[in-house]
Ligand binder design. Structure first.
Ligand code: GDP
Length: 439
């Protein structure tokens, strides 16, 4: 019997790299696979295209589209109950089992309102352009020990009453925060009792899938029963530590898996990159394209947020940032997506270093200092562009032909990061993927 695989898929840019497609591609036999979401929440928009049909996952793994595949939502995933019941319906219709950890913190409606009020749609002076899904206030509640957790609501009204006071104390603080943002706190959505009642209603819908995910996943691994695929959300560069303050609200890499599940050894940690870079929201972006070129790439690549519909900022490939993500994320191999989007461009600049803010020193690595990063200038080399369209049709040697310029482009990434590119995605569909060596 072959040994089961433990593979992590994380973003090595600023999110939206195509992680969902990659993790889906790594499934051998759905009935022999467990897929795990270990961080983030409904702020994620994980897109699969299956024979032209688009599916967007949020807080459950994208394995919910595959009958028989077990989908886990771990204890560090922020649980938006309203969105979860919709996703659970999809999983049930597809015959995909789900297990949700009782320790997962709940996103109360009020946290979403506060997130939106504070961020002001990404335009206010202190805003960073969040998705407005309440992640910041939820993880803040969790870290401050005020969070309501899934286990608190499925254990029934009596149990809920034992944690009620603690949560209400925080609620009062948040109401003051909302008021200071100019939001009327008379809104019914902010009534404390109403939010608790709503949670109890949702509890009736999710109660049968709540279970100890840590024990389950560890058991599967101990018995080598199934492949375990960990589906990352956001990315290493958006991690709360690496990207602060222009970041998501939680850890995004293998540390989150280690802390949640006690699993720290993997067969591969796959970093997903695009052939270029994108980011949403504010924050330093040294390789950002001029608006004319960005518009071309954005339209070709459909670079609009899956959760918010916002246009994504587009930039060239940034090797210093990639080196940083590989090293800090413990990434052991890469998959490059969206190579089709850059076909037939006149030139393809690649950032090989940064000129530091004083203009005297070239830095080869990104830095754990967002303010400093905001002052650097990318130093570019020009890569030869490749002709399209890219195709899956095999040539005489049995491989889909890949233009020599694209091969050279990938080799440059491999030299810079010291890890190999194992797969190349050449279109949105599940099938439009070339594996050189599948993990
Ligand atoms: P994720 O959250 O990392 O899974 O990424 P998203 O789903 O937010 O964004 C990736 C987008 O790129 C989705 O719309 C995918 O369908 C699309 N996509 C993935 N791979 C490719 C590719 O190789 N070429 C093109 N053109 N689109 C791709």
């Amino acid at each position: 019997m072959s040994r089961s695989r433990k593979i992590v898929v994380v973003g090595a840019h600023w999110g939206d790299e195509g992680k969902a497609k990659v993790v889906d591609n790594l499934v051998d036999n759905p009935e022999n696979t467990v897929m795990v979401r270990f961080a983030g929440g409904a702020n994620t928009g994980a897109t699969l295209v299956i024979d032209g049909q688009k599916f967007v996952g949020h807080q459950l793994p994208v394995g919910v589209v595959r009958p028989g595949l077990v989908n886990i939502m771990g204890p560090y995933v922020a649980c938006d109950l309203e969105a979860l019941v919709l996703e659970l319906r999809v999983a049930r219709e597809n015959g995909a089992p789900v297990m949700i950890d009782p320790r997962a913190p709940i996103v109360l409606p009020m946290y979403k309102a506060l997130d939106r009020a504070r961020d002001g749609g990404g335009t206010g002076p202190a805003s960073i352009g969040t998705t407005g899904k309440g992640m910041g206030p939820t993880y803040a509640a969790f870290a401050s020990r005020y969070a309501l957790r899934v286990g608190d609501i499925v254990r029934g009204r009596n149990h809920l009453m034992t944690v009620r006071d603690r949560i209400q104390a925080y609620h009062v603080e948040l109401l003051a925060g909302l008021e200071s943002c100019g939001v009327s706190i008379e809104d019914k959505a902010f009534e404390f009792e109403a939010q608790l009642e709503q949670c109890l209603e949702y509890a009736a819908e999710i109660g049968d899938v709540v279970g100890d995910t840590v024990r389950y996943v560890r058991g599967v691994i101990a018995k080598s029963e199934k492949d375990v695929l960990f589906e990352g959300s956001q990315s290493i560069m958006l991690d709360v530590l690496h990207g602060w303050p222009y970041c998501t609200s939680c850890f995004t890499g293998i540390d989150a898996i280690g802390n949640s599940f006690g699993i720290r050894r993997f067969d591969q940690v796959v970093g997903v990159i695009k052939a270029y870079s994108t980011r949403v929201g504010r924050g330093p972006f040294p390789t950002e394209m001029d608006e004319f070129t960005a518009n071309i790439v954005r339209e070709r690549g459909g670079e609009y947020g899956s959760t918010t519909g916002r246009p994504r900022r587009c930039g060239w490939l940034d090797l210093p940032a990639l080196r940083y993500a590989v090293r800090m994320g413990g990434i052991t191999c890469l998959v490059m997506t969206k190579a089709d989007v850059l076909c037939n461009l006149m030139t393809i600049p690649v950032a090989t270093g940064y000129l530091d803010p004083t203009g005297t020193q070239v830095l080869e690595d990104a830095i754990l200092d967002t303010e400093l990063l905001a002052g650097v200038k990318a130093v570019y080399q020009s890569a030869a562009s490749w002709a399209g369209p890219l195709t899956l049709e095999r040539n005489l040697s049995g491989f889909p032909p890949i233009p020599a310029e694209l091969v050279a482009y990938m080799e440059q990434v491999e030299r810079a990061t010291q890890v190999s590119i194992r797969g190349l995605s050449i279109g949105p569909d599940r099938k439009e993927m070339i594996w050189f060596e599948r993990p």
